[in-house]
Design a protein around this ligand. Structure first.
Ligand code: 2AM
Length: 180
């Protein structure tokens, strides 16, 4: 059976993408391999190898998300020593982002996907194969308005990993929901 390597993510628009790349390239200088501009994204949930039936369930799970859009202020650089990645993230996590990931995870677990056991640390990987943590730790915030999320596919193109957006859903609170 054909399986696709899928994940849900938020992808930034061009200027945020360029800014993340610039910070990543600086942080990775002499330490690791920067992620290309095109591949910059924030993963919400990693599905892994997915059958067509599982993909249909994942898409239905995504359609049930009714959370508001939010602004993420990217302002910090981090390092995961095990996968050897340098990432940028936010010191303040908007509650709408946490709720989006929680709801999406619940719905996807109902589809049979394995949930993440580690606490969710929102991050944008900006460099891989990093031998050590970068020296930069903080920078003036990059303001990123997140108003939709996407189902993405990881593809191997000529030996290189590329990510393709398959479908997007808006981050909009449900019509008629009384939030008071
Ligand atoms: P990373 O950026 O921290 O490496 C596509 O591969 C996306 O899915 C990447 O953002 C990657 O996270 C994430 N990813 C890959 N394998 C994963 C796994 N086994 N568990 C959780 N996330 C994973």
């Amino acid at each position: 059976m054909t399986r696709e390597r899928l994940f849900f993510a938020i992808t930034p628009e061009t200027d945020v993408r360029a800014h993340c790349f610039e910070i990543g390239a600086k942080a990775a200088a002499g330490v690791g391999r920067p992620v290309t501009r095109e591949n910059i994204h924030l993963t919400l949930f990693f599905l892994g190898a997915t059958s067509p039936e599982q993909r249909a369930c994942a898409e239905a799970a995504a359609a049930k998300i009714h959370e508001s859009s939010f602004e993420l202020a990217l302002d910090t650089v981090g390092y995961f020593p095990k996968p050897k990645v340098i990432w940028i993230g936010a010191t303040q996590i908007p509650s709408s982002l946490t709720r989006t990931v929680d709801s999406l995870s619940r719905n996807l677990i109902d589809c049979g996907f394995a949930g993440e056991t580690r606490p969710f640390v929102p991050h944008i990987t900006v460099a891989r194969n990093a031998r050590r943590a970068p020296s930069t730790e903080s920078f003036p915030p990059i303001h990123w308005q997140c108003s939709n999320f996407a189902l993405m596919r990881s593809e191997n193109v000529g030996g290189k990993t590329e990510y393709r957006v398959l479908r997007t859903w808006p981050l909009t609170a449900a019509v008629g929901t009384d939030e008071t």
